[in-house]
Ligand binder design. Structure first.
Ligand code: PLP
Length: 416
């Protein structure tokens, strides 16, 4: 009997195999038919320390014996309190308040609503959101609205709200981006906020821009009182070489979105951190000024326990050394790839990417599905974005698995 499951970002009509995974450990997935698959993209960028991390799994098991979901509106529990305190300690001091949700997309929705609530409660009519060309912030309506318009969201376009879009600061076009931001901030209908993926646009094609630009964009927003939202759902937790990508630009956002690696990738959880000013704008004896957002599973205790274990790993283990070593080990292998078809070879922290020259250079490039099948046949979980191949492995991956990944990319360059 065929499965009733409807998978995300999957065209069931193509009849592609959907492997049944029965176990996962470190950088490997194990399938029902006995295969060992190298998870070269950290299962959609969530797995940081590795699958089945013992400390995180033990924390989940222990918490599951104590307390399941409880309402979080007006009630609290120890795992959430510990996590909020732990996050405030490890994150930049200006980010003093922690709001829980369940996914990257919801952390973005929360960020946007916090920004609009901030202005509304202060009695200023600011609604417009500035975004960057090529961005991806999730698949809910608000998150899609602030993301790149295109094939991902065309059928829903009539529902998406209008935003102001900056050009991506490609090399040589940086000033254009900064000038556009300056002009938008000056406009008579002052914007409410600017939301951006710091240093690298993920689903938009693993496009990297330098910290200096991030710092300049942050400074422009600060000068004009435009709230700066950093979406570190992908970049957070060491992915770009530092705990947060924002650190490399020495900036602190007004609002910060985190998810994916927050629990080490074991279980869903997200947070949106905000400054004292943003919290204060909602703090009142007027009930209409409270922050009108919740979800049933806000601050799930089991997920919070997993995130607490992740924080303990960050405090007690040399995670950034592992990240730096993985960066070097990947850099060597990326540099060894030789082919006239390689375009725009690039790396930031644990993420490497390149484009394979093709007739079509886009997410819908026909090369994409061929690459997917090619890597699948070699027991590799790589999901190219069109003709862009990227690698973003768990930090525990060993040299043999990295060799298998880069060896197969080399083979794909030669044969496809
Ligand atoms: N923001 C960024 C930068 C992302 O990369 C993603 C997912 O890849 C999201 C938001 C959405 O996160 P989720 O898929 O958990 O809703």
């Amino acid at each position: 009997m065929s499965s009733p499951v409807w998978h995300p970002f999957t065209q069931h009509g193509l009849g592609e195999p959907i492997p049944l995974v029965t176990g996962a450990e470190g950088a490997a997935l194990y399938t029902e038919d006995g295969r060992r698959i190298v998870d070269a993209i950290s299962s959609w960028w969530v797995t940081t320390h590795g699958h089945g991390n013992k400390r995180i799994m033990a924390a989940i098991a222990e918490q599951a014996g104590k307390l399941d979901q409880i309402i979080f509106a007006g009630w609290t529990h120890e795992p959430a309190e510990t996590l909020a305190r732990g996050l405030v300690e490890i994150m930049p001091p200006a980010l003093a308040h922690v709001f829980f949700s369940d996914s990257g997309s919801t952390s973005v929705e929360v960020a946007l609503k916090m920004a609009l609530g901030f202005w509304a409660n202060r009695g200023e009519a600011r609604h417009r959101i500035i975004v960057m060309e090529g961005s991806y912030h999730g698949d809910t309506i608000g998150a899609m609205s602030v993301g790149q318009r295109g094939v991902f969201n065309r059928p829903y376009a009539p529902l998406l709200f209008d935003v102001a879009t900056l050009p991506f600061p490609a090399a040589g076009r940086e000033q254009e981006t900064l000038d556009a931001l300056e002009a938008l901030c000056h406009a008579p209908d002052a914007p409410a906020a600017f939301i951006v993926e710091p240093l690298i646009l993920g689903a938009g094609g693993m496009l990297i821009y330098p910290p200096r630009l991030l710092a300049e964009m942050r400074a422009i927003c600060a000068r004009h009182g435009v709230l700066f939202i950093a979406d570190e759902v992908m970049t957070g937790w060491g992915r770009t070489g530092t705990l947060l990508a924002c650190e490399q630009a020495e900036i602190v956002p007004d609002i910060l979105c985190l998810s994916k690696g927050l629990t080490g990738g074991a279980i869903p959880l997200a947070v949106t951190l905000a400054t004292r000013e943003i919290f204060a704008a909602h703090y009142s004896d007027d009930r209409t000024k409270q922050f009108f957002h919740s979800s049933s599973y806000t601050a799930n205790p089991i997920a919070c326990a997993a995130a607490n274990a992740n924080l303990a790993i960050w405090r007690e283990e040399p995670v950034l050394d592992r990240v730096a070593a993985l960066g070097r080990r990947q850099a060597e292998r990326l540099a060894r790839l030789q082919s006239p078809r390689i375009r725009n070879r690039r790396q930031i922290g644990t993420i490497t990417a390149l484009e394979i020259a093709d007739e079509e250079s886009s997410y819908m490039s026909a090369l994409g599905p061929r690459l997917l099948a090619f890597f699948r046949e070699r027991d590799l979980l790589l999901r190219p974005l069109g003709n862009t191949v990227y690698v973003m492995p768990p930090y525990c991956i060993d040299d043999a698995d990295l060799d298998a990944i880069y060896g197969s990319i080399g083979e794909a360059l030669d044969t496809l």
